[in-house]
Design a binder for this molecule. Structure first.
Ligand code: UD1
Ligand code: UDP
Length: 351
């Protein structure tokens, strides 16, 4: 098949790194980068270090409000799809690039393949939830990482074309961990020793766009007794500056966003992860590091159910309490597959 893939944001580059390698052994892939993320440390670094094929198209859309950004991607992806006339369009996850790609293809009667289908937070105030629900309802092939995702789709009446193949981020993590041990010097560069620090990420709109929530989170982070490393997402950096909250980060080791090999090294050596990221919650589980999730709900419910992830919302006291006392059980059952989700995906496409 000729498959056009639309990617645009950091976690999609990582997912594509795992999938493209396998997909291209059987199929022709046309890679479309929307340009939703564009800073070198949010985009280019992943293409270089993970050997992601160069995009055939870079749409250079950049940042914007939801309507403007989604609309611009929709318009330009449509042009590319008309030119390329692929047999199917592949999208990942739940960003504006995902939804715009799926919408462009479905209006042209090009079947949509959704990897990371069926995830739900049941919170429609999250832009990601709207993107996921709509993308799933536009898709012909729905690849679910977990059993919960399959059940969520069933509950919405989507049963045809649904496959459970495991999580392609697990593939990426397992594939790159050894490489990271060889190549990453991030612990030495930052003067850190293993299991002596907390790794934190903050970027989700429900936290950054609500000054009360963001302030609570930063207050909590500023009081953590261990050293805190915070690779700061550009969205959060901008808002922290606008709100004049920089003083809450004085005790925190704030660094620029890092590449994937440095990130998984930091994750594996952290005492705990404190995050609102979807991908980082899963990577905490892959790495066997306790995760504290600063959200009111999560799509990755299994990680909470088995006791390795604790939801604190943006509550200063709950975050601090979890950093001090949260201890997961010894047992860490397999939730996300065996590291071969991309192969299972390509095999299912052949059926
Ligand atoms: C997007 C996704 C979110 C995902 C995240 C991954 C949507 C609605 N949200 O959020 O689901 O978790 O990517 O990181 O699609 N910016 C830069 N440089 C960049 C990219 C962004 O400075 O290279 C700044 C800009 O000020 C921009 C802001 O970050 O306005 C937000 O970027 P955007 O892509 O709209 O959303 P994210 O918060 O990155
Ligand atoms: N990540 C990274 N560098 C960073 C922060 C995150 O490589 O400085 C990786 C992280 O390991 C994970 C992915 O980016 O694979 C998660 O993306 P993000 O948190 O931006 O988005 P989400 O998963 O919440 O959509």
């Amino acid at each position: 098949m000729k498959i056009a893939t639309v990617i645009g944001a950091r976690p999609q580059f990582i997912k594509a790194a795992a999938v493209s390698r396998v997909l291209r052994t059987q199929h022709q892939e046309i890679l479309i980068h929307t340009g939703q993320h564009y800073d070198a440390n949010m985009s280019e670094i992943f293409f270089e270090e993970l050997h992601i094929p160069r995009p055939d198209y870079n749409l250079g859309i950049g940042s914007g409000r939801h309507g403007a950004q989604t609309g611009a991607i929709l318009e330009q992806v449509e042009e590319v799809l008309i030119t390329e006339n692929p047999d199917a369009l592949l999208v990942y996850g739940d960003t504006n690039s995902t939804l715009a790609g799926a919408l462009a293809a479905s209006k042209l009667h090009i079947p949509v393949i959704h990897i990371e289908a069926g995830l739900r937070s049941f919170n429609r105030r999250m832009p990601e939830e709207i993107n996921r629900v709509l993308t799933d309802h536009l898709s012909s092939w729905l690849f679910c990482p977990t059993e919960t995702a399959v059940k969520n789709l069933t509950a919405e009446g989507i049963t045809a074309g649904v496959y459970k193949n495991g999580d392609v981020m697990n593939d990426a993590f397992l594939y790159n961990l050894e490489l990271a041990k060889e190549k990453s010097n991030i612990l030495q560069t930052l003067g850190l020793t293993s299991k002596s620090f907390i790794l934190c990420t903050i970027h989700r709109a429900e936290n950054t766009d609500d000054p009360t929530r963001l302030t609570q989170i930063l207050k909590a982070v500023s009081q953590i007794s261990q050293p805190v490393v915070l690779p700061l997402h550009p969205r959060t950096r901008k808002i922290v500056q606008e709100l004049g909250l920089n003083s809450l980060l004085e005790q925190v080791k704030v660094i620029e966003p890092v590449g994937y090999l440095d990130m998984i090294t930091l994750e594996a050596h952290a005492l705990k992860l404190v995050t609102d990221s979807g991908g980082v919650q899963k990577e905490a589980y892959f790495a066997g590091v306790p995760c504290i999730t600063m959200r009111d709900e999560t799509e990755w419910v299994e990680t909470v159910e088995v006791g390795w992830n604790r939801l604190t919302g943006a509550d200063e006291g709950k975050i601090l309490d979890a950093v001090e006392s949260f201890t997961p059980p010894d047992d860490r059952p397999s939730i996300f597959g065996d590291g071969h989700a991309a192969e299972q995906f390509v095999t299912a496409l052949e059926r």
